[in-house]
Ligand binder design. Structure first.
Ligand SMILES: [Zn+2]
Length: 92
């Protein structure tokens, strides 16, 4: 992977989970106003391909990364609450 390349870096982040995939669609297709589209399949998409649109492939990748982050955060918050509860347990 070329880490200087923003597209490669974003794709690597999106396929970090085993079984995840990113599909880059041909820009010649009509995406209803957007010139680029990608498909992402991962646990946070329910293992169904989810399509993201943008002017450039990188825009699509960034939208997918933002969505992945947004979907991951409730779990992180729950873990944080559990950690707080654990910390208060046993205190008089
Ligand atoms: Zn690249």
């Amino acid at each position: 992977m070329n880490t200087d390349c923003p597209e490669c870096t974003a794709i690597a982040a999106l396929v970090a989970n085993e079984g995840a995939s990113v599909t880059i669609f041909c820009g010649a297709a009509d995406f209803g106003g957007s010139s680029s589209a990608i498909g992402v399949t991962d646990d946070w998409t329910g293992w169904e391909p989810r399509t993201f649109y943008g002017d450039e492939v990188l825009d699509c990748l960034h939208k997918a990364m933002a969505e992945k982050k947004a979907r991951a955060s409730p779990k992180v918050r729950r873990l944080a609450i559990v950690a707080v509860l654990d910390a208060t347990e046993g205190t008089p």
